[in-house]
Design a protein around this ligand. Structure first.
Ligand code: TRP
Ligand code: SF4
Length: 348
């Protein structure tokens, strides 16, 4: 975090729910790297380990994934000298603030959250009941945001409603107890929704391992997954024309074009080659992976290997240092909020 007091604070957390994949990278981590590089913004990036508990019941997996997320942050190019990287759990004050905010939030408002409604219905379909953590999830997220006094919160479209809720709670607090919290701005990330390789669902969720390109995969592992990915079923033989709109590989080419990773003409080459049957799916897939390999996959893999070779201790030290910085920032802001509502924080 820059010590420049003029710099705006950007904050975002990611849940630790498995290995980081291409969808996480293009959808979120890539925008963190961009913010990390900005001189006018100081960044705080966290692993939302407490939020992970709402859906995670495997302690071993959680421990592994926390370090994995941080390693992937580093591999993606976030510089821990510039940005704070921390574990949500290491700042207990966030939970104190979360409680205060939960006393300002109404149950009716939480019941109307898209995220809650979706999760609850999905669980119901599986014959399971939703836990209270899932219900109050947005309150804890508001505490994450207001605790460090974030100015900017970069999130994907699915989380925008939660950031708006944090803004509401900040206003309500200020109205009831006097001006205190900054009203954070939502920075909606470019809507990039990477499909799984073999379905229309999001990468990572739908078809699991074989349809998901992990940042930690080797090139060969990635190629083996791309190679067998289904394409437009109309393309049985090389001379059968296809429709890139009906193909996830075609969809990924469009994403690369959208975010400026494709050179001029590349998307047209794909579209024409596919619809006019002048190109097979194999070179189309090869092109896709190779563009990503050159643009970021190789760098990420190499950095990841370099950092991983330093052992858990290396990652742990970065988290520990980040935890300290995050807590030093959040603790006084939360203590001030506690005093505002009438709690006594120091008895002597
Ligand atoms: N709820 C977010 C998600 O699932 C993660 C998150 C937790 C978060 N706390 C946050 C994002 C604070 C931004 C700011 O993606
Ligand atoms: Fe998909 Fe490319 Fe094959 Fe067309 S040529 S069906 S876009 S893989």
């Amino acid at each position: 975090m820059s010590t420049d007091t003029q710099a705006k604070v950007a904050l975002s957390l990611i849940r630790a729910t498995g290995r980081t994949h291409l969808g996480n990278y293009l959808g979120a981590v890539r925008s963190f790297v961009t913010l990390d590089a900005r001189e006018d913004v100081s960044c705080i990036f966290g692993v939302a380990t407490l939020h992970s508990l709402t859906t995670q019941g495997d302690p071993e997996a959680l421990r592994r994934d926390i370090r994995g997320v941080v390693l992937d942050f580093l591999a993606a190019g976030i510089d821990p000298e510039r940005s704070v990287i921390f574990d949500q759990t290491a700042v207990p004050e966030t939970l104190q603030l979360s409680w205060i905010l939960s006393c300002l939030a109404t149950a009716g408002r939480l019941e109307r959250m898209h995220h809650w409604k979706e999760k609850k219905d999905k669980l119901a379909d599986l014959g399971q009941a939703a836990n209270v953590g899932l219900f109050s999830y947005p309150v804890l997220m508001a505490a994450d945001i207001l605790g460090p006094g974030a100015d900017i919160v970069p999130v994907g479209e699915d989380q925008v409603q939660h950031v708006e809720f944090a803004r509401e709670l900040a206003r309500r607090f200020n109205h009831q107890f006097g001006e205190y919290f900054k009203i954070p701005e939502v920075l909606e990330r470019e809507a990039i929704r990477v499909p799984g390789l073999s379905s229309s669902g999001k990468m990572g969720k739908s078809e699991g391992e074989k349809a998901t390109l992990y940042l930690s995969d080797s090139y060969d592992q990635q190629w083996n997954k791309v190679k067998v990915a289904p394409t437009d079923p109309a393309r049985v033989r090389l001379k059968d024309p296809g429709d890139p709109q009906k193909c996830n590989i075609g969809g990924m080419h469009r994403i690369l074009d959208q975010i400026g990773l494709h050179e001029a003409g590349a998307l047209q080459w794909v579209n024409e080659g596919c619809t006019q049957a002048t190109m097979g799916c194999f070179p189309c897939k090869k092109k896709l992976l190779d563009v990503m390999e050159e643009a970021f996959l190789r760098d990420i893999r190499e950095r990841r290997e370099k950092f991983a070779a330093k052992g858990d201790g290396f990652v742990d030290e970065i988290i520990a240092a980040g935890n300290q910085k995050a807590r030093a920032r959040i603790q006084p802001i939360v203590e001030g909020a506690m005093q505002k509502v009438g709690l006594i924080t120091r008895w002597s």
